[in-house]
Design a protein around this ligand. Structure first.
Ligand code: ZN
Length: 434
């Protein structure tokens, strides 16, 4: 009765996906990799076909593992069509697990050896754990299949090259609280399926161009971060400053709190006999501040009026976005924000790092300790790992950190949405005043 073939499920899946895309406000050409994959933008959906496969695998494992021979025999009658079979998938998963045992733990990315949790070993796992391992492995195989598809998509799979960008996860409650237009923009911009002049030319074969500078077949990257006229009109600066303002507000808060924390000395706790001492005020631990909690700090931001690098440290022509310095600690933090196209996050980091290296050296010669923090927040709302590094060093942790990162990234994304809407508006001044 339940022997449906995978092809039938695929058909159901396709039909559901069509409605799904309409609901999300994305075009039909958006691939299912975008909807279900563990990509840079993670959505809370899972595909019907994948769930079907996982359930079948679970069922076969359950039947196979039974003590009763008649239950084991029921396994024979299970069929899922020619395209995919649960038992082949299971044997593949098992051999992959065994292979993993032979290879041992491997490290991915830049983390050191032994970082993170070690995987459960197939050899030492009990039957129940083995079932879990097989199901996880089948899931992983499906994900790999999607990766392969993504690699073949030059435009929609561009997120594979977003080096240094932090993943973003949307939950169901995010989806409900987001405006439809914004959600649709976010999805379409990440997978580059917005009606940019380039895409319009490709789709409808009539030549379109950038309305500001007239460049033929301008793509989304051109509109959101590369147009000369938009740069001259200060569109990108406007977005940059909006993001910078949020960062400045956050750092000012951290600075104030850290100052308060040092001023308040911890009173001595007297503990009665037989009682346990109260744990330290949890608020106090969370304020953090890192280096800011020692000494008196001042802050200057390149907003509203031009920033001049504090002359007590050294004289320079450079104007970083944000400077925090402490006379008595003789230390200075230089923060420079960039809002780049996501594929250029790593490059922007290197470029800004190099630009301020000399200034940092100059500070050192004057007897100041200095650190340079180039920070990137991508145009479509993806933070660079550099933002997390700044948070870590200033001890902005836990909930506060995720809130902060979220605010900053959403501001970048929202501002880009505004730039997108106004892409045909020649007069920027009027557009931004409204
Ligand atoms: Zn242009």
């Amino acid at each position: 009765m339940y022997n449906i073939s995978v092809s039938t499920v695929d058909q159901i899946d396709r039909k559901a996906n069509a409605y799904f895309r309409r609901w999300l406000g994305v075009p039909r050409c958006l691939s299912s990799v975008a909807l279900y994959g563990k990509n840079k933008l993670n959505l809370p959906f899972s595909s019907i076909a994948e769930d079907f496969k996982l359930e079948k695998v679970r069922l076969v494992l359950e039947l196979e593992g039974s003590q009763d021979p008649s239950v084991r025999a029921a396994n024979q009658g299970l069929s899922t069509g020619k395209k995919w079979s649960a038992s082949t998938s299971i044997s593949q998963a098992i051999s992959r697990q065994q292979h993993k045992d032979l290879v041992g733990s491997v490290q991915v990315g830049r983390a050191g050896f032994g970082w993170g949790k070690r995987d459960q070993r197939w050899k030492s796992a009990n039957p129940r754990e083995r079932r879990q391992l097989v199901i996880q492995e089948v899931k992983r195989m499906e994900e790999e299949r999607r990766r392969v598809t993504a690699v073949g998509q030059s435009q929609q799979g561009a997120w594979l090259n977003w080096e240094g960008a932090v993943e973003r996860r949307l939950t169901w409650s995010d989806l409900w609280s987001m405006q439809n237009a914004r959600l649709s923009f976010l999805l379409r911009s990440v997978y580059d399926v917005l009606p940019s002049p380039y895409n319009l030319t490709r789709w409808y074969k009539n030549e379109e161009s950038c309305q500001l500078c007239g460049q033929a077949q301008a793509d989304l990257k051109h509109i959101l971060s590369n147009c000369k006229i938009a740069l001259q009109q200060g569109r990108y600066t406007w977005r940059h400053n909006k993001v910078l303002r949020l960062i400045a507000v956050m750092l000012e808060e951290v600075r104030k709190k850290a100052k308060g924390a040092t001023a308040r000395t911890q009173p001595i706790q007297f503990v009665r006999e037989g009682q346990k001492p109260k744990s330290a005020d949890s608020n106090n631990i969370n304020t953090g501040g890192g280096p800011l909690s020692r000494g008196k700090w001042e802050m200057a931001v390149d907003l509203d009026r031009q920033l001049r690098f504090p002359s007590t440290i050294c004289v320079t022509q450079l104007r970083p976005d944000l400077v925090l310095w402490s006379e008595d600690q003789k230390s200075v933090l230089i923060i420079e924000l960039t809002v780049p196209w996501e594929e250029n996050i790593q490059e922007a980091y290197e470029r800004k790092k190099l630009k301020y290296e000399e200034l940092a050296d100059q500070c050192k010669q004057q007897g100041w300790r200095s650190r340079v923090y180039p920070v990137e927040v991508g145009t479509r709302g993806f933070a660079g790992t550099s933002l997390l590094r700044l948070c870590r060093d200033l001890q902005i942790q836990g909930k506060l950190q995720s809130q902060f990162v979220r605010q900053v990234t959403e501001e970048a994304e929202r501002s880009s949405f505004f730039l997108w809407i106004k892409r045909k508006d020649k007069c920027w001044k009027k557009a931004v005043q409204k």
